[in-house]
Design a protein around this ligand. Structure first.
Ligand code: GDP
Length: 299
């Protein structure tokens, strides 16, 4: 929690301070609410959730006459509610019937997929789980090498194919080897070429179909770069139309003042943000905890 706060320090906390300063004014008038809307929209919370939040705060602080000293608590509560704390955020990494869990990691190039695969593998190794990685981003030699480096770093095997080979066949081999060796989990790094929706659908659809000849996919994680704001939301929509996304990983939250994108993206896709990326290092991945996040945001 302390680390989260440190990582979100600076512009993120400025959001929290801005909100608190606004709501601590002696008079909460129209001007206050408009300024509040601006602050929330700038943080990428999105139009509908912003209006809802302002409406709820107006009611609670003005109509119900909450005291100024309650402002922080009320704001904390309402922000946490917006983050839908009841959602199940556990990663589905365990398969049924003795089969490995299969995690597909999808998202556009540069979002942080490969890094996230490495970080998740590290967490799982620390939990004494047996893991292998599939380097199915065969279009970029650098991506395969990068994943191989992560594999060495965290001590897990990386299944790779020929450069420019078929991503689905690499994914298939990775899962096959995992089934044969009785591993707990296979994590597959996929290609993120967003050339067009049909192309993406064909590619990811094939990866999923082929993998499922071996073992059911237990989790499809969509990796989104928090710094891309509303653009990221458009990408998220395309991916969710192509595969059944079960969880979101929001990366680069350390470098963004747009933490509100967490709210927007959960609303948009109806699936929980499960993990957040807080830096480039191997330990810079944390489970997403709405309460801790809001606390960090409010500083
Ligand atoms: P991919 O193309 O989706 O596989 O993306 P990569 O995993 O190669 O990541 C792209 C860049 O973003 C790399 O330089 C990563 O180190 C960086 N990156 C990934 N996750 C994070 C994060 O949470 N915070 C920061 N600051 N950088 C990140």
């Amino acid at each position: 929690m302390v680390r989260l706060r440190q990582r979100l320090a600076g512009s993120q906390n400025a959001l929290g301070r801005g909100l608190l300063a606004l709501l601590s004014r002696d008079r909460l008038d129209e001007d206050t609410w408009e300024s509040l809307e601006d602050v929330l929209l700038t943080a990428d919370i999105g139009v509908a959730p912003t209006q809802e939040l302002v409406e709820r705060l107006r009611t609670r602080l003005r109509v119900e006459g909450a005291a100024a000293s309650d402002v922080r608590a009320v704001l904390r509560e309402e922000l946490t509610t917006l983050l839908e704390p009841e959602m199940d955020r556990r990663l589905q990494v365990t398969g049924a019937d003795g089969l490995p869990g299969v995690v597909l990691v999808v998202g556009v190039n540069g979002a942080g997929k490969t890094t996230t695969v490495g970080k998740i593998a590290r967490i799982m190794v620390a939990q004494d789980r047996t893991v292998a990685l599939g380097a199915a981003d065969t279009f970029r030699a650098a991506a395969v090498d990068q994943l191989a480096t992560w594999g060495e770093r965290v001590g897990v095997e990386v299944v790779r194919g020929p450069e420019g080979g078929d991503p689905a066949s690499v994914a298939f081999e990775a899962v096959k080897s995992g089934v044969e060796r009785g591993l707990d989990t296979i994590i597959v790094d996929t290609a993120g070429r967003l050339q067009n929706k049909q192309g993406l659908m064909d590619e990811l659809g094939k990866v999923k179909r082929v993998v499922e000849k071996q073992a059911p996919v237990t989790e499809v994680l969509l990796v989104l770069d928090a710094t891309t704001g509303q653009n990221g939301l458009i990408q998220a929509r395309v991916f969710s139309e192509v595969v059944d996304v079960t969880g979101i990983v929001l990366t680069k939250l350390d470098g963004s003042a747009k933490g509100g994108i967490v709210v927007a993206v959960q609303r948009e896709l109806g699936v929980p943000v499960k993990l957040v990326g807080l830096g480039e290092g191997p330990d810079d991945l944390a489970p997403f905890d709405p309460g801790a996040f809001v606390d960090a945001l409010l500083g």
